[in-house]
Ligand binder design. Structure first.
Ligand code: GLU
Length: 484
């Protein structure tokens, strides 16, 4: 059997859409599952879309995700160059060949004329190019004289073309519905419709994996493969990544690119794991997969036909799992950049300890810990908690119990001893633990959500600050209650 070879063929737009990255991942997994080769090819023939530095972004994303390629622009194999704009002579050579083989013809129509002709017709309109009737000799003479030209695909007016897709099955279309599109533009640049075929063939690609928006053009590509007498690759068209039931995830939605997600502090391992499951389902119940595990498990026949909705909450949950699986030291390294606004003199490692079990997205950290420098303003309503059975009156009472006896806690960083202090105190007064711990948590932060409870917070801000806040809370509550 031929060695499996797949390719990731991004256009350098400066933006790595999650859908494109997922295609890259599936290409990687399909190749690696069979010990095959994964290639990187830069599709930069659309000069208008070109963005400075965009190729570096592609390299960077590949490095971060670990989707390392066997051949690519900076890792040449036998079928380079791997950047399309450096392959122009090849496209010209094969376009001329295709004309000789009857699969294309030279066209002298001006693009404006073709567009004008198409206008007023609906999308099913098929442009019949008058140039297809010009003889090859005449066309070559005109070209030799310097007349601008394109190479346009010649499609039989009758008959059907079919192909089999691994995901979407057997697809058959009437040739009459296929548009005779431009393959080589007048500036010598190929269109995607031509370059993808020449390159996939010359690079020995066995499995063409791409978004299902290419499904409808694939019959046209097959006509070209057939005209050249080339083997048709295995097609794996993948379903779109959706924002909701009806709309594709797009740049406008935010969260649509690898970079957006990384900026939120989502780990690249979590992104890879999550997008693997967007359109592919493993056999068992397992959801957390390393890249190596994915390589082992992946199978084309479990790719789904229908689009999958990108669920940021699921991704966040998964990221939390990845963060908890790190060692404390690793987590601390990752969290450090998010501590930069803390002004108080606190032990950052202690913050990491409190945060690691609770963070889902690293970018949430600053907001989770913004009580460290100062509590939020006094807010009596926070003391009322139905489940904890607290209200401002009994909170004041509990805070006084705490302050009266807190001297018995010698070490504020000993979480166990500190917890025991609260539990014993509650037992002594014959109330549930929450009746004591909730008011303390509120007094120390005045926030509805905090990483950890009274013990972790006191641990982080230290004894002196804890006492100051408790006393302040007693003062504020007393004043508040006297005014009621
Ligand atoms: N350059 C194309 C794109 O970015 C690649 C499609 C393909 O994989 O063939 O959409």
């Amino acid at each position: 059997m031929k060695k499996v070879r797949t390719r990731f063929a991004p256009s350098p737009t400066g933006y790595m859409h999650i859908g494109n990255l997922r295609t890259a991942l599936y290409e990687y997994l399909i190749a690696k599952h069979e010990n095959g080769d994964f290639l990187l090819r830069i599709e930069d023939t659309d000069q208008e879309r070109e963005v400075e530095g965009a190729v570096d972004i592609i390299y960077d994303v590949i490095n971060q995700t670990g989707l390392h390629y066997d051949e690519g622009p900076d890792k040449p194999g036998d079928c380079g160059p791997y950047i399309q704009s450096q392959r122009l002579p090849l496209y010209k050579e094969y376009a001329d060949k295709l004309v000789d083989l009857g699969g294309a013809h030279y066209c002298f129509c001006k693009e404006e004329e073709v567009q004008a002709e198409k206008e007023g017709h609906d999308l099913s309109y098929r442009y019949v190019d008058p140039c297809r009737f010009i003889s090859k000799e005449e066309a070559r003479e005109r070209i030799a004289k310097g007349e601008p030209y394109t190479v346009r695909q010649t499609i039989p007016a009758t008959g059907t073309t079919s192909f089999d897709d691994e995901v979407y099955g057997h697809i058959e279309v009437e040739n009459a519905q296929l548009d005779e599109g431009v393959l080589l533009k007048s500036d010598g640049y190929p269109t995607y419709n031509f370059a993808n075929i020449v390159d996939d063939h010359l690079m020995g690609i066995t499995h063409v994996v791409r978004g299902n928006e290419y499904l409808s053009s694939t019959p046209k590509y097959n006509l070209i493969y057939q005209a050249f007498g080339w083997d048709i690759p295995t097609y794996v068209h993948v379903p779109p990544v959706m924002k909701d039931e009806f709309h594709k995830l797009s740049k406008r939605n935010g969260d649509a690119s690898f970079q957006d997600l990384r900026e939120k502090g989502i780990l690249s391992e979590a992104i890879i794991n999550y997008i693997a499951l967007l359109g592919w389902s493993p056999e068992g119940e397992q959801e957390i997969f390393s890249l190596d595990e994915l390589v082992k498990e992946f199978s084309i026949d479990r790719i789904s036909k229908s689009g999958s909705i990108f669920d940021i909450n699921k991704l966040k949950w998964m990221n939390g799992v990845y963060l908890r699986n790190k060692t404390l030291e690793e987590f601390h390294e990752l969290a450090l950049p998010y501590y930069k606004d803390i002004k108080s003199n606190v032990d950052l490692m202690e913050i990491s300890k409190a945060l690691q079990p609770r963070v889902e997205m690293l970018a949430d950290i600053p907001e989770m810990i913004d009580f460290i420098d100062a509590p939020y303003p006094f807010d009596a309503s926070l003391y009322t908690h139905k489940k904890m059975k607290t209200n401002p009156e009994n909170s004041l009472e509990a805070l006084k119990w705490v302050v009266d006896e807190i001297d018995s806690v010698s070490d504020f960083t000993d979480d166990e001893a500190f917890s025991k202090f609260f539990v014993d105190l509650a037992a002594k007064h014959e109330v549930k633990n929450g009746r004591v711990m909730w008011p303390v948590r509120v007094a120390l932060t005045y926030k509805a959500f905090t990483p950890g409870g009274a013990v972790e917070i006191a641990h982080i801000i230290g004894k002196e600050e804890t006492m100051r806040r408790l006393n302040q809370a007693i003062e504020d509550l007393t004043k508040y209650l006297s005014e009621q």
